[in-house]
Design a binder for this molecule. Structure first.
Ligand code: BDR
Ligand code: CA
Length: 312
């Protein structure tokens, strides 16, 4: 089987880090590059953290690019209150030795899509959609060359996690999200409705630790760290492990269920900025533009994730 070519666009973040590890552990996927964006923490830290994760995985040759350092039209909002000052708090890992690529992430996305056959590259955004939207604005001819976008963002029945209406990734750069959701590229969306069901319970964290590997220990330490905030917020047994849902979908789509519906992004309202207005009940005539997921086999997800992390 030819591995599926993906670009991971990310703002690590512990859950982004676990998603990157899952991709790098999986022979079904060919990670062409990792493009970093400002989000959970500012760009210099996301570009650093992505390389820390590649080195942890023993993959220092994966090209990592820095991209946009702020949203298209707004001031950057970050989330150190969840992820810690570094974005990867929870375990001290060495500063990366591998270089950051010299080119801009947006140029890498454009060049890659231009250079490979149409319909062969899947984009996997795990943070604000600034890099993807900027690439689409700068080189509109690449839009039709994207195979699919599988992203983490938004929410419907769960509401928001950053405001009552908006999930963090969409809230931070709603104008970018609007461009991506209107692009016509086939979209698969992993919203809070799914990720809030993928909880890092004590037994699941201990399963990572029990792998007895350096990577398993790091994953357990990260999840230990960030679940404190979410458990206090939600009163749940564990925290949502958002971003790995994107990669798990590429490996095992049957773990997820959703509907192909219309999803629009609110950019105008101060109160509901960044809301994903998801027409779940199909009450409008607006055409479907996204496979919007709602259900997940959480045990199946953690079985897959733990087995793959164990390979690193
Ligand atoms: C999303 O926001 C970030 O904090 C996480 O990394 C995830 O991508 C969840 O709302
Ligand atoms: Ca993220």
């Amino acid at each position: 089987m030819t591995p599926r070519k993906i670009i991971i666009d990310t703002d690590p973040g512990q859950d982004d880090a676990v998603a990157i590890l899952l991709a790098l552990a999986s022979p079904e996927l060919d990670v062409l590059g990792i493009t970093c964006v400002a989000g959970n923490v500012p760009l210099p830290l996301t570009a650093r953290n992505a390389r820390v994760v590649c080195e942890l995985a023993g993959r220092p040759a994966v090209p990592v690019f820095a991209g946009c350092d702020r949203p298209l039209a707004r001031d950057l909002v970050t989330a150190e209150y969840v992820h810690g000052k570094s974005g990867l708090d929870g375990i001290a890992l060495p500063d990366p030795q591998m270089p950051l690529q010299t080119g801009h992430a947006v140029e890498f996305i454009i060049d890659t899509l231009r250079g490979l056959p149409e319909g062969t590259v899947t984009l996997c955004p795990l943070g604000p959609l600034t890099n993807i939207a900027t690439a689409f604005q700068r080189a509109p001819e690449i839009v039709s060359r994207v195979a699919e976008i599988v992203l983490m963002g938004g929410g419907c029945f769960e509401g928001g996690n950053t405001t009552p209406a908006a999930e963090f990734n969409i809230y931070v750069d709603p104008e970018a999200a609007d461009i991506v959701f209107k692009s016509g590229v086939p979209l698969v969306v992993m919203p809070l409705d799914v990720t809030h069901k993928v909880l890092t319970t004590r037994a699941r964290i201990e399963a990572f630790r029990a792998l007895g590997t350096r990577v398993g220990h790091a994953v357990a330490s990260w999840t230990d760290f960030f679940e404190r905030f979410d458990m206090a917020k939600y009163g749940s047994d564990g925290a949502p492990l958002h971003d790995p849902c994107v990669i798990a979908y590429l490996l095992a789509p049957n773990l997820f269920q959703g509907r192909h519906i219309n999803v629009e992004i609110e950019t105008g309202s101060a109160l509901t900025r960044g809301m994903t207005v998801a027409d779940w009940w199909r009450v409008t005539k607006r055409p479907p533009n996204a496979m919007f997921m709602r259900e997940v086999d959480a045990d199946g997800f953690f079985a897959l994730l733990t087995e793959r992390i164990g390979r690193l």
